[in-house]
Design a protein around this ligand. Structure first.
Ligand code: NAP
Length: 266
């Protein structure tokens, strides 16, 4: 299926690994010009090189999205490189502070909410004028199953991602008539550095191999993931790319679950 985005400009945050990198790969294959962003300049450059994109169609700009100032600087750099954006994919994120509520201090909450909720809001504010100007735009936020099925050992992450869903839904009402469509994708337990780190930590805690930690996590913590395995980043990226496309022209304000059934409700 041709996604109809040849010549469109896209920014993918969280782009040096996982879901963001795979999304950038598909958008490039589909003919878009992509700016890849992440916080570590070296691994970002290496990730961009691995994409092996045609000359002039891939740029990379490092930015730590923890402050509004850095987000504004990113917006200025991106605009210098490619002009107005047509597509914004917000994939940067952290697991953030973990533990039960009484074990998480204010700093844990602030750090998590800053990256997982405020950064998407700030990015949207910074890029909105350009996204509106073209009369065609797509914003996709990576939320999470945790937004609607919160787990009590990562409440800051759950609250941030629930905030993203509410923000995206509200935002989708404002600009749709102008052609700017806003949607979310909510994965569960995808094989990326984020869950690699979670599983390494779990394997140490329970004294097992990483593979055994994954198996016990699926059995005990994610019983409704009916496929019985971690998802692959490309299995999420294909849905993100669809939502970035001209094919998704009647999809707005939605939250696509890519979780093999993890969220137990309909
Ligand atoms: P990932 O490979 O770790 O990607 C997240 C990226 O965000 C990393 O490259 C990370 O950089 C970057 N990042 C973190 N803090 C940042 C900051 N302050 N400024 C700029 N970039 C920052 O993980 P992923 O699984 O692909 O995650 C992508 C998105 O999907 C996230 O929003 C995540 O919450 C969401 N999600 C993932 C899963 C899953 O199972 N993997 C499930 C539900 C939702 P560093 O590597 O330098 O830290």
């Amino acid at each position: 299926m041709d996604l109809g985005i040849t010549g469109r400009t896209a920014l993918v945050t969280g782009g040096d690994s996982g879901i963001g990198w795979e999304t950038a790969r598909i958008l490039l294959d589909e003919g878009a010009t992509v700016v890849l962003s992440d916080q570590d300049a070296d691994s970002l450059a290496e990730a961009a090189a691995r994409l092996d994109a045609p000359e002039g169609r891939l740029h990379h700009v490092a930015a730590d999205l923890s402050t509004d100032e850095a987000v504004k600087e990113l917006a200025a750099s991106v605009t210098d490189l490619v002009g107005d954006l047509d597509i914004l994919v917000q994939s940067a994120g952290i697991t953030g502070a973990q533990g039960l509520f009484h074990e998480i201090d204010d700093e844990g909450w602030t750090t998590t909410l800053t990256v997982d909720l405020l950064a998407p809001i700030r990015l949207t504010r910074a890029f909105l004028p350009g996204l509106r100007r073209g009369g065609w735009g797509r914003i996709v936020y990576l939320a999470s199953e945790d937004a609607v099925q919160p787990y009590d050992d990562e409440l800051p992450y759950c609250a941030a991602k629930a905030g993203v869903l509410a923000f995206a839904k509200g935002l989708s009402r404002t600009y749709a008539e102008e052609g700017l469509l806003v949607n979310c994708v909510s994965p569960a337990f995808i094989k990326t550095p984020m869950t690699d780190a979670m599983m390494e930590k779990r394997s140490k805690e329970i004294g097992s191999s990483v593979d055994e930690a994954i198996e016990s996590f699926l059995d005990e913590e994610r019983p409704y993931m009916e496929l019985g395995r971690r998802g692959l980043p490309e299995e999420v990226a294909s849905v993100v790319a669809f939502l970035c496309s001209d094919r998704a022209s009647f999809v707005n304000g939605s939250n696509y679950r890519v979780d093999s059934g993890s969220v137990a409700t309909i």
